[in-house]
Design a binder for this molecule. Structure first.
Ligand SMILES: Nc1ncnc2c1ncn2[C@@H]1O[C@H](COP(=O)(O)OP(=O)(O)OP(=O)(O)O)[C@@H](O)[C@H]1O
Ligand SMILES: [Mg+2]
Length: 372
């Protein structure tokens, strides 16, 4: 923003400091003067003879004489106060404002794109140090966010390139050595293309949830959980996994499509990352202290808690895949996380001691219906 140049804060502080000092000086002199007037006669008096307290022939000055003697001294005093106020104010203001200069410097550098500098003001806490610490914390978050975005863009491009490169390789081979049965090539190309479409759709979904641009309506999560479990039942049976759903009515407010996607991703994960055979998945819904809670729990191999903490990051996949044929992209939990955040909720992943994972999603409960 372009602004008209104005007085610097340092100058303003100096002038106010000197101004206050002058006003205080004038007030003090006025009080002294009023006090003195009570004891001084209007006109000068000469007391003669033995009546005089200090001996014969005493001269007592009148108000005018006193003023003549007092005024130049008072003016001198005020001039001294003005100079003292200006110099002292200038030095004090520069001391007080020094941290601001450092804060401005660092925010200006950050504004020009370099987010690695910090203010790190030394000393005890006061208003300016609090401001500096807040700016530092903001820069920390901003830097982490930018790094995350860069990582995301790099991963997304890498993942998107993989199916394209596979397609290219398949086509190159087919051109050099035309296949006897083009049907097989078409099938493979179809599978690779389907994967690219899935990935692009997952990315679109992620950005839609992040932008929070969706219609909010009243949704019962227990119905969504049942719908997701029902849709995925044949898939689970194919893998020898059984699904069990239970729970009460759990009214939340949000996008029906996104919340269904969230539950579907969780149940899909619970099926895919389960035991090779005889695994179970439990989906429970409930209301707890003004929140609605969805819990998806599955059997599976034992997971390292440190690793589990990173699983919601985009493109993070578990190392040991139980079923290699269903190689995921690693966006399922990232999508769940942004949908949960877009609905002002919390997502907690807990590895189970017996193996497998418990995922708990907690969302604000919908307010009770007011219509009759
Ligand atoms: N219910 C679960 N039980 C055990 N491990 C899980 C579970 N859910 C997720 N994981 C681990 O977290 C990783 C990330 O999950 P995420 O859903 O983000 O990606 P993905 O399932 O690999 O791929 P996709 O993008 O197709 O979902 C998985 O690769 C898996 O190792
Ligand atoms: Mg997944």
């Amino acid at each position: 923003m372009d602004r008209e140049p104005g007085l610097s804060v340092r100058l303003k502080l100096t002038l106010s400091y000197a101004g206050f000092l002058l006003v205080a000086g004038v007030l003090l002199i006025a009080v002294v003067w009023v006090f003195l007037l009570r004891y001084v006669p209007d006109q000068a008096v000469t007391v003669s003879g033995d009546d005089a307290p200090g001996g014969p022939g005493l001269f007592i000055p009148g108000r005018r004489d006193l003023w003549r003697a007092f005024a130049p001294k008072a003016a001198l005093m005020l001039a001294f106060l003005a100079v003292f106020g200006l110099v002292g104010g200038w030095l004090l203001a520069s001391r007080m404002l020094a941290p601001l200069q450092r804060i401005t410097e660092v925010t200006r550098t950050a504004g020009s794109g370099s987010l690695s500098h910090r203010i790190r003001l030394p000393g005890r806490r006061d208003e300016l140090r609090e401001l500096a610490d807040t700016v530092d914390a903001m820069l920390d978050r901003l830097e982490a966010h930018v790094a995350e975005q860069r990582r995301f863009a790099a991963n997304a491009s890498h993942e998107l390139r993989t199916p394209l490169a596979t397609t290219q390789a398949l086509l190159d081979v087919a051109r050099q050595d035309p296949p006897h049965d083009p049907g097989e090539l078409v099938e493979r190309l179809h599978a690779v293309n389907a994967r690219a479409i899935d990935l692009t759709e997952a990315l679109l979904l992620l950005s839609r949830a992040d932008q929070r641009s969706f219609l909010r309506e009243r949704v019962d999560l227990s119905l969504l959980a049942e719908e997701a479990a029902e849709t995925l039942l044949p898939f689970a049976e194919g893998r020898g996994v059984s699904i069990e759903t239970s729970g009460d009515v759990t009214p939340a407010v949000g996008s029906r499509a996104l919340l269904l996607q969230m539950v579907t991703n969780l149940v899909h994960n619970a099926i895919v990352h389960n035991l090779p055979a005889g695994g179970t998945v439990q989906v429970r819904t409930g209301v707890l202290k003004g929140s609605v809670v969805v819990t998806v729990e599955n059997t599976g191999e034992t997971l390292d808690p440190a690793r589990v903490a990173t699983l919601v990051e985009p493109f993070q996949r578990g190392t040991a895949r139980v079923h290699g044929d269903q190689a995921g992209v690693g966006l399922g939990l990232a999508i769940v996380d942004s949908i949960v955040r877009a609905h002002d909720g919390h997502l907690v992943l807990t590895p189970l001691a017996t193996g497998g994972l418990r995922v708990v999603v907690r969302l604000p409960a919908a307010p009770p219906r007011t219509d009759h």
